[in-house]
Design a protein around this ligand. Structure first.
Ligand SMILES: Nc1ncnc2c1ncn2[C@@H]1O[C@H](COP(=O)(O)OP(=O)(O)OP(=O)(O)O)[C@@H](O)[C@H]1O
Ligand SMILES: [Mg+2]
Length: 493
């Protein structure tokens, strides 16, 4: 299989096979060609050279519809569901049961319950719930149930767990095992290497569009895969810089971010990287958003280096050096039709006052950020929309690296970014923070918080319930705290 975009060759002579009853994982650095391969297999994209065979027969897939017709379904990140309609209607969209021309509701409901059983054995998903009310994990389940209803024998998952919190990711992996046991063929693309090692029967590694390795699942360890992805040994590096500096850079006093009537207080010192751990709905997202000025807290104060930010909106906080970086790049401002350089500098005009000391010409700084983050292609004139998912995410972070910031607010900032680029981002953040800044971050992976943060606050149902020292805490313990376990006395606030 070969795929070119203009002069750029993205897949070079790639072979990839899926067997019934098997999970075949695909690993590779950001931009190595994984999504391109998946899109070809699904019919969304045509190969420049090469053929897709289904059960030994060459097929020509002109659209995902063609793919589905042959039993091949994709579970993409952007789920093609209709939010305003209910779960049941979404399941049978285009094939609603009818009686005398109108939707047969009772029949629809009955069939929906049956269809949901395969993906949701506990029956948590009510067929009448509007899809808009469901979280990402549940919307994914609906999308999978729909694919199964449409007769999917081959399921292609592209980064299904990257935005899911731990327990939901676990549940999805469990479902993937179940689908495998039913004899379906499954492709799993993931930057979460532990997910791959947990379920894959076979793992293939793409590097710069070439298939460089294939190993049995039981021999694929995360460290091995990380090494194969870049082609040389990787040295785990630790953060040499630790919290320093006196006083607080950020002071949060009795803040009530979501009107729950639960006041939150904490401080962050200069040089410190603070983690916020909590389940979806715990309130960490609202907390971060209200620190950024994107949301009005109902009570309390926020100070940055003594200056009161409380009444200020996003723009004025940004001018004072407050950066908000989100892993949700589609919502948080990558402009696909603008170039990489434009995307990196878009917000800069209003924030140019942040770091007047940086005198290097903008063009050089853009080149520097692209190099630091290893953005592929390393081309400031490429359209951002043509970059791979992980590389687009690097632009979101890069934009702020360019502007400079004093306080970094990071909402799951490395979602979908490969392990190597992730380490780069961590290192650069460290560097920024070490110059007297501070950072507060959340992550859908608790392991990431444990790895990079100096200190972690645990939020449960809107309340600050524990403070932990990452060097003394296991992921298991943190998970328990996040889930509402009583903290041991020495950990409690
Ligand atoms: N329409 C396009 N025009 C030009 N280049 C493209 C286009 N689509 C993809 N590419 C390039 O193809 C390469 C592979 O992209 P792909 O999305 O397959 O990567 P990936 O392995 O899925 O990465 P990630 O882990 O970041 O999602 C990238 O360098 C990307 O810029
Ligand atoms: Mg991709």
């Amino acid at each position: 299989m070969v795929r070119r975009f203009g002069k750029v060759t993205v897949l070079r002579g790639v072979d990839f096979a899926l067997r019934a009853g098997e999970v075949h994982a695909l690993a590779g650095a950001n931009g190595s060609g994984k999504s391109t391969l998946v899109r070809i297999l699904s019919g969304a994209l045509r190969p420049t050279e090469g053929t897709v065979l289904v059960a030994g027969t060459p097929v020509r897939l002109r659209s995902p519809h063609d793919g589905l017709h042959l039993g091949i379904a994709t579970v993409p990140q952007e789920l093609p569901l209709v939010p305003s309609l209910g779960v049941a209607e979404n399941l049978f969209l285009g094939a609603l049961p009818r009686r005398r021309g109108v939707v047969a509701w009772r029949e629809l409901r009955r069939r929906a319950v049956g269809a949901l059983r395969s993906v949701d054995p506990e029956g948590r998903l009510a067929p009448d719930r509007p899809v808009a009310e469901l979280d990402l994990a549940d919307r994914q389940l609906v999308a999978i149930a729909r694919a199964l209803l449409q007769g999917a024998r081959v399921l292609l998952f592209d980064e299904p767990t990257s935005a899911l919190p731990g327990h939901a990711a676990e549940r999805l992996l469990e479902l993937i095992r179940l689908l495998r046991s039913e004899g379906r063929a499954i492709a799993l693309v993931s930057q979460r290497l532990d997910d791959i090692t947990a379920v894959a029967d076979r793992v293939s590694v793409l590097r710069d569009g070439c298939m460089v390795a294939e190993l049995p699942g039981d021999q694929a360890r995360a460290a091995t895969l990380a090494e194969l992805m870049v082609g040389h040994p990787v040295h785990a590096h630790h953060n040499p810089v630790r919290t320093r500096g006196a006083g607080e850079l950020l002071s949060v006093e009795d803040l009530d971010p979501a009107g729950r009537g639960i006041p939150i207080s904490f401080g962050v010192r200069p040089g410190e990287l603070l983690g916020l751990a909590g389940l979806p709905g715990s309130g960490i997202d609202e907390l971060l958003a209200s620190l950024a000025g994107r949301r009005k807290a109902t009570a309390g104060r926020v100070r940055l280096a003594g200056q009161d930010l409380t009444g200020l909106g996003v723009v004025r906080r940004a001018r004072l050096g407050v950066a908000y970086v989100s892993g949700d790049r589609r919502r948080e401002g990558i402009v696909p039709n603008a170039t990489v350089a434009e995307n990196l500098t878009l917000a800069l005009t209003s924030r140019a006052s942040l770091r007047p000391l940086r005198r290097a010409p903008l063009v050089e700084r853009v080149a520097g950020v692209l190099r630091d983050l290893d953005v592929k292609p390393n081309d400031p004139t490429a359209l951002a929309g043509t970059l791979s998912g992980g590389n687009q995410q690097k632009l979101v972070v890069g934009r702020w690296l360019l502007a400079g910031a004093r306080l970094w607010l990071l909402a799951d900032p490395t979602r979908g970014v490969d392990v190597h680029a992730r380490a780069d981002i961590h290192r650069l953040l460290r560097h920024q923070v070490a110059e007297g800044g501070a950072a507060v971050m959340t992550s859908s992976e608790l392991a990431e918080l444990l790895e990079v943060c100096d200190r972690i606050l645990v939020v449960h149902r809107g309340a600050l319930v524990a403070e932990v020292d990452p060097s003394q805490t296991s992921e298991h313990d943190l998970l328990a705290l996040v889930g509402g376990a009583e903290p041991a006395r020495e950990r409690s606030l």
